[in-house]
Design a protein around this ligand. Structure first.
Ligand code: SAM
Length: 293
């Protein structure tokens, strides 16, 4: 790089004066997960240059735009209007406009609306590009102190009882580190379910990342349950859970019902099998009875 070009790059690090955003392109723009200073220079450039912004919540995004001094037409794109709105956005892109997709926090399309819009654009041969930034899952994994070489992102675990059980049973044999998103009011019941299906494993609870009250608790599932029985969960959480270890007890991969059935197949009466399964899991037998209801 020549001296003059190098100087220009220093004074114009985001290249506001050149490489303007392309027409007909959807830009996935990652936004901060708590700290506004995490908005990247490229994100600011794209947000100020695109024809319009598709936002999960236009009021939230208006605050972000006001922080960077940008005023831009917005449309809402969220869970409940994504089918019709997705088509409208694509029509505008095909007509030559450019659009930045932003969600309330973090990387669009990761446990966020956006996934469908990217798919629709791919079907219609519309170019989609990415402006990197914060993602709570990646931040938590990096902070977890657990094995990061192989991991599985699970997002939110379903609230529907049977689906939730099925998913946790399936995950109980997963050897990769697991990442879950969770809301504070569901934290305790999720920790209890994790214990039921995974046993007592290492867990890192990452709370309010990048915010004033950021907290990273590296503990075990049992200790976390005990802690939150005495402390009200507050804020947004990412849970990073150690994967299944080879040396775990045989029943860690079984649901409580399968665990009881295992003993029954080996000749025990149902009541004894329930007692034995409860003892293995370190829970009261009523917990196992409940699983049969
Ligand atoms: N697309 C976002 C991303 O890239 O991280 C995730 C959106 S998802 C709807 C919201 C969830 O992400 C929250 O319920 C929480 O589990 C997690 N999350 C978002 N911000 C967080 C933060 N600052 N600290 C911890 N977890 C956070």
């Amino acid at each position: 790089m020549s001296g003059a070009r190098e100087r220009n790059a220093m004074f114009d690090p985001v290249g506001r004066e050149k490489n303007r955003t392309e027409d007909g392109v959807l830009y996935l723009v990652a936004t901060p997960i708590g700290n506004l200073l995490d908005l990247s220079g490229r994100a600011i450039k794209v947000l100020s240059e695109v024809s319009f912004i598709a936002a999960e919540d236009t009021r939230n995004t208006a605050k972000l735009l006001s922080y960077i001094g940008v005023s831009k037409p917005m449309v809402s794109y969220y869970q409940h209007n994504r089918t019709e709105r997705g088509e409208e956005i694509c029509k505008r892109l095909l007509a030559g406009e450019s659009c930045a997709l932003v969600t309330d926090a973090g990387t669009p399309a990761i446990s966020d609306p956006g996934e469908d819009l990217v798919r629709l654009c791919a079907e219609k041969n519309i170019k989609v590009t990415f402006i990197p930034g914060a993602c709570a899952a990646v931040a938590a994994l990096a902070l977890s102190g657990l094995f990061t070489g192989r991991f599985a992102f699970e997002g939110f675990i379903s609230g529907a009882r049977s689906e939730r059980k099925e998913r946790l049973a399936e995950l109980s044999t997963e050897k990769r580190t697991l990442i879950f998103y969770e809301a504070p009011h569901h934290l305790i019941s999720t920790l209890n379910d994790l214990y039921k299906f995974f046993g007592d494993r290492k867990i890192t609870l990452c709370r309010e990342l990048t915010k004033l009250n950021e907290e990273v608790i590296r503990t075990t599932i049992c200790e976390a349950i005990e802690y939150y029985n005495n402390n009200i969960p507050r804020g947004e959480y990412v849970l990073v859970v150690e994967g299944k270890k080879e040396e775990e007890n045989f029943w860690f991969s079984l649901t409580p019902v399968q665990h009881v059935e295992f003993y029954m197949k080996n000749g025990m009466q149902k009541n004894d099998a329930i007692k034995a399964a409860a003892k293995d899991r370190g829970v009261h037998k009523s917990e196992i009875y409940k699983e049969f209801l």
